[in-house]
Ligand binder design. Structure first.
Ligand SMILES: Cc1cc2nc3c(=O)[nH]c(=O)nc-3n(C[C@H](O)[C@H](O)[C@H](O)COP(=O)(O)OP(=O)(O)OC[C@H]3O[C@@H](n4cnc5c(N)ncnc54)[C@H](O)[C@@H]3O)c2cc1C
Length: 333
């Protein structure tokens, strides 16, 4: 068995191949840099493929009153004004351009009757704002980004004789450490999941695009990859984590039967919680809470009323806890 360590040198190492990581890779390559993309699963299989509803962008196609300022206001309100206003502002301003960009790169969004990119409602949005592709928007997004990266690699093959001369994907590779030298980030270290072989990547810039921490909850719709590795890597490297109480979740997850545990209840279902109203959020977090739910299947006009008690979902617990925490913080301010 060889004891020599596999080593690579790049300008930028991107940890994560979801929407965030792949977009960062395109940007870095277009700036002329040599990029490594490292991901725990296969290229094209990040959690992003599971996003169903769509991407929020105030293009105003469904309602011309929509614009970035309304989107910004909705976002700040949704975050109880605790969110980072500059990030919310950039998100609201730039998201229409990102959707156009995806379309230019080959994404096929659903259309309105006039042929514009269709937009639909989503929680907290004043106007219909989600650009979508049926219920598989995330898949289309990843497919498009993947295609864009392959196109850049093909161009590199034509120009430099090697498709992987500027962008190389290292799939099924888990990063365990961000390396530092003289107090500065100098690369990453990790191992191939298939055979346990370790490798070291030297790079003056490391981008952590490792997704969320949803898998820390027992019942969750999040992919197995979302174990918060990036948060831990950043902390261990001396970084600060901000707004950790803002965990993203969907409050409508399947709890029973076990075969579908954690699966997101799609947007076409509306789950009405009958008795949640004015009680304090902390009371709802009791693990013995039970509730009745009524599910109306809007699209088929069929009304399915579930009258048996179902246990409150973990996601709903998270929602309650989050609400309590947010309130406590705003009261303290
Ligand atoms: C069921 C569901 C539906 C959703 N629907 C929507 C929606 O409709 N609209 C919307 O805007 N958002 C939606 N979201 C949220 C959205 O999916 C995420 O916010 C988004 O996909 C995050 O993208 P990302 O690139 O940051 O991370 P991810 O797509 O999670 O990618 C993370 C990447 O990091 C890699 N990685 C992690 N740790 C390591 C490590 N240690 N070493 C190497 N690689 C690592 C993973 O392998 C993966 O490639 C939904 C979420 C869920 C759970």
């Amino acid at each position: 068995m060889s004891t020599s360590l596999e080593r690579h040198k790049y300008d930028v190492v991107i940890v994560g191949a979801g929407g965030a990581g792949l977009r960062a890779a395109v940007e870095a390559r277009e700036a002329g840099l040599k990029v490594a993309i490292l991901c725990k699963s296969l290229f094209g299989k990040a959690h992003t493929v599971m996003a169903e509803g769509g991407a929020a962008a105030s293009m105003g196609n469904a309602n011309s009153n929509d614009n970035w300022m309304v989107h910004f206001r909705d976002t700040m309100r949704g975050g109880k004004f605790l969110n980072h206003f500059r990030m919310a502002e950039l998100h609201a301003k730039e998201s229409p351009d990102r959707i156009w960009e995806l379309e230019m790169w080959g994404a096929l969004f659903d259309r309105t009757k006039e042929g514009k990119i269709s937009q639909r409602n989503f929680g907290g949005h004043e106007y219909p704002r989600l650009a979508h592709v049926g219920d598989r928007t995330g898949l289309e997004l990843i497919r498009t980004m993947q295609q864009r990266i392959v196109a850049l690699q093909q161009k590199d093959k034509r120009d430099h004789g090697d498709a992987e001369s500027f962008i190389k994907v290292f799939a099924e590779f888990t990063v365990t450490e961000v390396l530092k030298e003289n107090g500065k980030v100098a690369g990453v270290y990790g191992y191939y999941r298939e055979n346990g072989h370790e490798a070291l990547f030297e790079a003056p810039a490391v981008i952590l695009a490792t997704g969320g921490v949803g898998k820390t909850f027992k019942i969750t719709s999040n992919s197995w990859e979302g174990t918060g590795d990036g948060h831990a890597l950043a902390l261990k490297a001396g970084g600060n984590l901000v707004d950790m109480e803002f965990l993203q979740f969907h409050p409508t997850g399947m709890v029973w039967p076990p075969s579908v545990r954690g699966i997101l209840v799609p947007n076409l279902f509306v789950v009405k919680v009958e008795f949640l109203p004015t009680r304090s959020a902390s009371a709802l977090c009791s693990s013995t809470s039970r509730m009745y739910s009524r599910i109306s299947m809007q699209t088929t006009k069929l009304k399915l009323i579930v009258g048996t008690p179902i246990k409150i979902t973990t996601a709903a617990h998270q929602s309650c806890c989050h609400a309590t925490k947010s309130r406590a913080r705003s009261t303290a301010k």
